[in-house]
Design a protein around this ligand. Sequence first.
Ligand SMILES: Cc1cc2nc3c(=O)[nH]c(=O)nc-3n(C[C@H](O)[C@H](O)[C@H](O)COP(=O)(O)OP(=O)(O)OC[C@H]3O[C@@H](n4cnc5c(N)ncnc54)[C@H](O)[C@@H]3O)c2cc1C
Length: 410
Amino acid sequence: MDFTVSEETREMLNLMEQFVRKELIPMETAFLTKSFAEIEPEIEKKRKKVRQMGLWAPAQPKDYGGMGLSLMDFALVSEVLGQTPLGHYVFGCHAPDAGNIEILYDHGTPEQKKKWLEPLVKGEIRSCFSMTEVELPGSNPVMMDTTAVKNGSDYVINGQKWYTTAADGAAFAIVMAVTDPDAAPHSQASMIIVPTGTPGFDLVRNIAVMGHTEDGAFSHGEVLYHSCRVPQSNLLGPEGAGFRIAQERLAPGRIHHTMRWLGICRRALDLMCKRAVTRPIAPGKVLADKDIIQAWIAESAAEIAAARALTIETAWKIENFGFKEVREEISMIKFVVANVMQRVVDRALQVYGGLGMTDDTIIAFFYRQERAARIYDGADEVHKLSLARRILKPYRAKADELKEGNGVFR
Ligand SMILES: Cc1cc2nc3c(=O)[nH]c(=O)nc-3n(C[C@H](O)[C@H](O)[C@H](O)COP(=O)(O)OP(=O)(O)OC[C@H]3O[C@@H](n4cnc5c(N)ncnc54)[C@H](O)[C@@H]3O)c2cc1C
């Protein structure tokens, strides 16, 4: 396996790291204390600088104005940008737009690309992805109540979705809705573009997450679709292909997420160390002198390194063998990295004591916001079950033969 990073990539990562440190981290106090709407003009200035530096939209296709980086290179970018919640948004590669761009690029008609993809890659508009429903399990999305029924040349959509991230201020949603309830379970739903100004698209509220209600690009919306009528030409890809298309997004999306989480880990460890060597705990002693703090730092560094190695190897295998060959690793990195992140952020918060609970540092934001990592992109338990199923399959196949060993195996 060759994980060599080219000189060109190294220089780009260095530029991004400098930008994160000098331009974005200093903005975090405003980010933590003001609404998205209040800080948006300042964010736009930073985005303009990123464009001028030629670093805009690193993961997006070149023919639409992005940098067209490979999965491996973007993985490294995602880690650098993940150190601050503003990173991906300011560089034009944030969720859910990044995933929606991939869908539109691969499945959009020329008209859909002109109308939605072009301004989305440029960062002129925002979008959202509306799949999870309030009343049914997101973990089993074939159980879906939202319908899109043909009427004349339109679809009429009815349903209740939530956790439609960034719906507030989005120009359009990609909505997952059942178009054929009689089809096989994985062929029932389709993806449909719904402009958010359409009558019947009702953003009921921005959901409060652990006491904080974010707005704009950082919001999570509850959306009611009631007799929401859009032309059938808004169908994305073939009818009934919703799950297949969602599946295609999965592998690269997983690398983007986990590397962003590793960026958060890096930042949390850095903050932990800075606090440990400066916080006096007894005359002439700082926190870093205590064995238990040293153990947390060592454990965090080792866990991050192991999780990172697994993630980079998975990205490399996806690029070289295709995602079907790497299904086990794609499940593994989801729950391994999400849990490493949770532990590292928790230790950082503990080292900061009372200060860690405040919004005076970024740690509390990571702690409350990123707890969700064990839930979205497939709950950890679902990934563990599917991984164990695959591992156990050959053993189950020879279970009768194994029984002959009477419990003694070599
Ligand atoms: C911050 C955040 C952002 C999100 N953004 C979006 C978005 O932009 N668009 C969108 O459509 N959705 C989004 N979601 C929704 C997300 O995809 C769902 O929350 C997720 O799929 C889990 O579905 P659920 O919440 O309905 O939980 P459920 O499916 O009800 O599951 C609850 C719990 O049950 C357990 N569980 C589930 N299945 C099994 C099983 N088979 N075996 C054992 N245990 C199981 C797990 O512990 C799981 O956490 C977001 C969620 C969060 C928290």
